[in-house]
Ligand binder design. Structure first.
Ligand SMILES: Nc1nc2c(c(=O)[nH]1)N(C=O)[C@@H](CNc1ccc(C(=O)N[C@@H](CCC(=O)O)C(=O)O)cc1)CN2
Ligand SMILES: Nc1ncnc2c1ncn2[C@@H]1O[C@H](COP(=O)(O)OP(=O)(O)OP(=O)(O)O)[C@@H](O)[C@H]1O
Length: 177
């Protein structure tokens, strides 16, 4: 039985030792983009891989953007509209988020920050269940995990509520489970 909390602490340390940076855009993401689609991205926390080049590609393709908005661990995440260049404010967990009254959006693609992952599409997140619940609420969205390659682990044991990723992007690989 894996100790998820211990593993999470170890993988956060591995990620932070890597340091921040922009993740290059993966070709299959570009191929998927269409005008009018909604792409949910995120603003990185600490040394999370930064998807800003993916955001630029999405805008270039005419897609709309959303960012996650959370208020605490217990409440569900909402994806809120984010117009290009729009100011963000710092909220829960130090996250840069849209204003709480920004319109809610249904994502077609969810770019998901990972704490850890395995090659089968299993994911370890922050442990509040924000993305677990978002995946359950948006079952038709394309779930792409984003991480540095060193955040890979041999195998994660999925919990009953876990919804696997469709793909994982790292700085060197596009992994299809
Ligand atoms: N950039 C980013 N945005 C995100 C997430 C994320 O993981 N990364 N989320 C993912 O669900 C949601 C926010 N949920 C969160 C839940 C818990 C913690 C948390 O426990 N933070 C730790 C430090 C985290 C770290 O260093 O990795 C803390 O505050 O001590 C953070 C975000 C939505 N937005
Ligand atoms: N669909 C759901 N509805 C309600 N609660 C959920 C749902 N999915 C997960 N949860 C709860 O959220 C918590 C998620 O913990 P877990 O350790 O699996 O998070 P995680 O793998 O780090 O992922 P996340 O990024 O979503 O936090 C658990 O307590 C679980 O009971």
């Amino acid at each position: 039985m894996i100790d998820k909390r211990g593993l999470r602490a170890r993988l956060r340390a591995v990620r932070d030792a890597h340091g921040p940076g922009l993740l290059p855009v993966a070709r299959p993401f570009l191929d998927r983009l269409l005008p009018g689609l909604t792409v949910a991205a995120y603003r990185p926390l600490g040394a999370e891989a930064d998807p800003m080049l993916w955001v630029e590609a999405a805008l270039h393709a005419g897609a709309a953007l959303a960012l996650p908005h959370v208020v605490d661990r217990a409440s569900p995440l909402r994806f809120l509209a984010w117009e290009d260049g729009q100011d963000l404010s710092v909220g829960a967990f130090g996250l840069h988020q849209p204003a709480p009254d920004a319109p809610e959006r249904t994502p077609d693609i969810i770019l998901t920050p990972l704490v850890g992952f395995d090659r089968r599409g299993n994911r370890l997140g922050q442990g509040a269940g924000h993305y677990d619940r978002a995946f359950a609420a948006h079952p038709d969205a394309w779930r792409v995990g984003i991480a540095w390659g060193i955040q890979e682990v041999e195998a994660l044991t999925p919990d009953p509520w876990d919804v696997p990723l469709h793909a994982i992007a790292t700085e060197t690989e596009w992994i299809i489970p």
